[in-house]
Each structure stands twice: as C-alpha cells, then as structure tokens.
Design a protein. Structure first.
Length: 433
C-alpha cells in the first residue's frame, strides 16, 4: 500500500448534504476540491446500512493522518479518533459508536483537508502531469478491514482541464468539474488523470495510453486483448469492458480493481531498455494476471482467503503463457516460483498471506492440483467458480468437491495448509493430462 492533503476551511464545497441511499449496499458520496498544489478538501457522506455496523454497534474507518479532520459526525453516534500504524504507518482511526444498532441506513459525514502524498512504494498521487488515486494513498475514509464494498458518486473540481480521466463507472465532465458514478461494488475509488491519453478499443477491453508505439506498451496492448479473450472463454464474459490504463512512471507497481487495471511503463529507462532484445513472454503474464482480476477479486484482502484473488489470477496468467508462448516458458516460470517459494510457510495460516505465499506458493499449489485431478477437471472447477467468484476457501473447495470428488478437495486444502516441498520436485504433468 501507499500513503497520502491543506486548504482553507472556508473552501468547504457549497453542495447540498448528500442523501442516504438504499439499505444495501453501502454508498459513498464524495465532493472534493483539488488545489494546483495537490491539496485536497473533501466532504464525504457514507450511507452505511445496519449490516455494515453490526451487533457491536460501531464502524471504524481509516484515513491518512496528514489530513486535518474538520467534521466527523453521524446521528446517534459518538465519534472517537486516534492515530494508528496498521495496516500501514501514519493513519488515523475514526470510530462511530452507536448507543444501539441502527434500524436503517445511517449517513456518516466527514470533512477533511490536507496534501495528497505518496505511500510506501513511492508512487506520487499528484504531479503536474498526472493524478493517480487509489485506496493505497488512504485519501478517503475506508473501513478498517478494507473489505466493505460500496457504490459511489465522486464530484471533483480543480482538476486540470487537459488531463484525460480514466476510472470505473460513468465519467461525466463539464466546465464545473468531474462526476464519476460507479454502480459496481468495489472497495476503492481509483482514478487516473493524465495528459494525452488515447483509448484503443477491442472486444472486452478499453486500453488507454499516451503513446502506443513503445515496444513495452505495444506488448501490454496486444496481450491485454488476447488475455481478455482467453479469460472470457474460460470464466465467462465480463459484465463490462475491462479498462486498462498505462501510466508513465518509474515505479513498476500495477493494480486491478473491478473492471479497471493500472500498469506502468517503467519510465524512460525501462522504455529504452525494452527497445532492445525483450521477450514478450516476460511482461505478458504481468498483463494477464491483472486482466484476470475482474473474475478473481471478491476475497477479503486482509484474510487468509486472499489467495483466491492473487494466487488464482497468477495461475490463470501461467496458463495464458502456456497457451500463448508454449510449454518451455510455462515451465521456466513455474520453476522460478518453486525456487522462490522454497522455505515458505503454508499458504493458509489464519491471516493474510505474504507476497511469496500469494504469488509463488499459491499458484504452485494450483499447478499441483491440476496435475492430480487433470486439466479437464481443473478447467471445469475454475470455469464454474469464475462465473460466481468465491470469497472463501470453503467456496472453492465446495465446487472442487463437486467436480473432482470430496477426497480431492480435502487433499487440496491439506496442501494449502502445508509447507512447500523441495525447490526442484518432479515436473508437473504435461498439458491435457
């Protein structure tokens, strides 16, 4: 994750107080103003249904500690604030405590101001050339488990007029500002606004880049289209086109949300290096992994079940490489994962897995599962699950048991809770075995 706003309180936006929405799901209305220096003033109303507050009669949010809180209130609630350093440093915890569990949706209101600021990976959310916002910057209040899915309306003023906006949902822009409405459930409010972005459309994909000519960007473009087709044939057509945007920055971190993916071209140095001899089989799985996330993303990101988002997407990317580039590249990538996973703790340990567990050990466990039950059963299992994505390991093993038998499901869960074997075991079964 990354981290993150100073404007005068007199700039509080002259907008009517947002109204509560339907009891289910939660809904965010965010009205914000961005200064030329990257300072944010925001007025956020969160319509929270009783189910999100629960029997403990409280709901807690996190936001970057650099923000000055101007207002925090909800009818019938006491508000308590304190600094916290989890899941990342320099956050503020804001808890709304109710005397009794609300019988209907309540509106939680927050106003705050302060500078946009980069987080742990150094990605700047605000530069003269680009605004890139996500939950990683903790620029809006997010429930403390970072798992509450919500619909949203974002109104933003102060964005430079020549920046092209890419985000989830419907994007409307006029002289007064920007409005993004998202009816799809997600845990984030992601957005990229950059100069000269042009969209290149293909079935199932909207690909945005300022320049499609660099070799690496061209590889991203071609394989976003091919990977989207590959995933759709396996998991079913996505509900909406996948929006993929390439940003120009040296940090190579990428991320995906529902129907929305951000990639980096690595900056000028990476672009120059890619013009040399550069095998497409290296960046292609990176693209395919992100393309897989519209199907594989519902799992709680702070729980042990998060492998269902990251490990399955990584396995799908390996399969894409195998289908596109052949067995040699597939084996090369699998062998590299075995080397990196050697000595790792088990994937499932009652907490969020580490990066090694998610991206190395998890996909290996799926490769091993395929070798045990056969490709036909593996493909049928993931095809069913992709059409109704699982959020827990039990969801996954229930379908696996239906397709491959109860014993296979029990053995697979046992493997998920076991340490990895040696770095160089016997090779996996050949395709189609």
């Amino acid at each position: 994750m990354r981290r993150l706003f100073h404007l005068c309180a007199a700039l509080v936006l002259a907008c009517a107080a947002p109204a509560a929405h339907a009891a289910d799901p939660a809904h965010y209305e965010v009205r914000a103003r961005l200064s030329p220096a990257g300072e944010l003033l925001a007025d956020v109303a969160i319509a929270a249904p009783p189910a999100e507050i629960g029997e403990d009669r409280e709901i807690t949010f996190l936001i970057g500690e650099r923000f000055d809180i101007l207002l925090a209130r909800a009818q019938g609630a006491e508000v308590v604030m304190s600094p916290v350093d989890e899941p990342i440093p320099d956050l503020r915890r804001i808890t709304f405590r109710f005397a009794e569990t609300p019988a209907e949706t309540v509106v939680l209101r927050l106003q705050y101001e302060g500078p946009l600021d980069s987080g742990g990976d150094g990605v700047e959310p605000f530069t003269p050339e680009r605004v890139e916002l996500s939950v990683d910057h903790m620029w809006f209040p997010v429930r403390d488990d970072i798992a509450m899915r919500f619909t949203s309306d974002l109104w933003l003023t102060g964005l430079a007029g020549d920046l092209v906006v890419v985000a989830q949902g419907e994007i409307h822009r006029n002289d007064r500002g920007l409005h993004i409405r998202r009816d799809t459930l997600d845990v984030d409010l992601p957005m990229v606004a950059a100069r000269d972005l042009v969209v290149h459309t293909a079935p199932g994909v909207e690909f945005y880049t300022a320049d499609i000519r660099p070799k690496l960007v061209g590889i991203f473009h071609r394989h976003s289209i091919a990977a989207a087709r590959f995933m759709a044939e396996w998991f079913g057509e996505p509900r909406q086109p996948i929006r993929m945007v390439v940003v120009s920055r040296p940090q190579t971190s990428a991320y995906a949300r529902a129907g929305y993916t951000v990639l980096s071209d690595g900056g000028e140095a990476a672009a120059a290096g890619a013009e040399e001899e550069f095998p497409a089989a290296n960046p292609a799985p990176h693209v395919a992994h992100e393309i897989a996330h519209p199907w594989w993303s519902p799992a709680d990101p702070l729980s042990e079940d998060y492998w269902l988002s990251e490990s399955v997407a990584e396995y799908a990317a390996l399969r894409y490489v195998q289908a596109t580039f052949g067995e040699a590249d597939f084996v090369r990538l699998v062998d590299a994962k075995r080397q990196r996973a050697a000595g790792s703790a088990p994937l499932l340990q009652g907490r969020r897995p580490t990066a090694v567990q998610l991206y190395q050990l998890g996909p290996l466990r799926l490769v091993e599962l395929e070798a045990r039950i056969g490709r036909a059963a593996m493909d049928e299992t993931l095809s069913r699950l992709g059409r109704s994505p699982p959020s827990t390991t039990a969801d996954f093993t229930a379908v696996l048991a239906e397709v491959a038998g109860t014993e296979s499901a029990i053995e697979f869960e046992r493997a998920l809770r076991s340490e990895p074997g040696p770095a160089n075991p016997a090779p996996a079964a050949p395709p189609g075995a």
